[in-house]
Design a protein around this ligand. Sequence first.
Ligand code: PLP
Length: 421
Amino acid sequence: MPMSVDFKKRLLPALADIAAHFGTPFHIYDEAGIFETGLGLKHAFSEIAGFMEYFAVKALPNPSIMDIMQKMGFGFDCSSIPELVLSRQLGATDEKIIFTSNNTTDEDFKVALSDGGCILNLDDISLIPKLPEIPELICFRYNPGPRRTGNDIIGNPIEAKYGVSHDQILDAYRQMIALGSSRFGLHTMLASNECNYTYIVETARMLLQLTEWLSDELDIRFEFINIGGGLGIPYRPEDTPLDLAGMSSEIIAIYDAYRSKHGYAPKLFMESGRYMTGPHGVLVTKAINHKDIYRKYIGVDACMSALMRPGIYGAYHHIDVLGKDPASFPIEKVDVIGSLCENIDKFAVQRELPIIEPNDILIIHDTGAHGHAMGFNYNAKLRPKELLLRQNGSVELIRREETMADYFATLNFEKKILNRQ
Ligand SMILES: *Cc1c(COP(=O)(O)O)cnc(C)c1O
């Protein structure tokens, strides 16, 4: 199921009060659910010494959520300077941060290597001469090209802009050894929202095999492999969730074989975003209009600025109407729409929902990852607030809604003119 039964039990009885107190629209996240998923992941891989999850900050870049990740001992996967700064503000430094940038700038490198540093994950061989200093520990992002087929969302590796090609990967490490690096990791990221764990097991197998070859050629050991993120979540009620226990037991078996062959094994790193927080957030929005033309439309007080996935990917997000059980309530087929002047601004298209009246509260599921974070300001639409449902039942504002002053902030500046007469 999209939103867990437990999250519903915790949230729904209080939701009318929360909506009245804070005002709609808002995303609300479930601390208990995030802990449950995170601790479950840790437990699943506890047999692999040094297992580490680096939460992909871009999925839900909020310090209150990142603090929960830190309480579980997790690090952060960053790909921009503000994400690095956010992670460091929480006290993460050095090997608690992986910086996986692409099309990297000089400024990116400077910030990544200063202020406590991080694990640098290089996206290309041409970036080596641009390093302002040579880190002791270096990782490369590998792109297997025709050696793997991509999953449906992330696409064919040949067409992906990321990573070092197979033909370049040996030389990449050789160059870093010549420059003085002495500790090594290997990374790839080939899947997105993949619920078939076999794909992820094959990625772990591929990386371990690659370390064997590279280690032989270069006489080095790898400290870790990082299999990336991309663990999927079930967005539709009929989707099968990822079988975490099945996945971890197959990866552990591959690790056991590696360890008995070589007497050691690299640590296993992962950088999940969606899997960690996706199901533990919902967008709560109020019905404000009911329009009946060629189709029936339910207008709500949130729009694409709060959640882009349905509009840009055609993604399905399950919707409940507070207090109206679809099993026992009359149903009608509607499009659920925001107010943006773009016809893709729809949270649901031709969806059968309990008949909705103005002021009904709609709960749009699975917005805990790549939800608020992806929102934009097109059409001067402002992004909503974020709330956190704590384990003790209290509800905390963890990001306020944007205001007009935020929107106008980039227009308030000192005039600068280049006179060219
Ligand atoms: C986006 C991203 C992730 C997280 O992906 P999820 O699908 O949210 O797990 C991890 N690593 C890298 C390099 C990414 O770009």
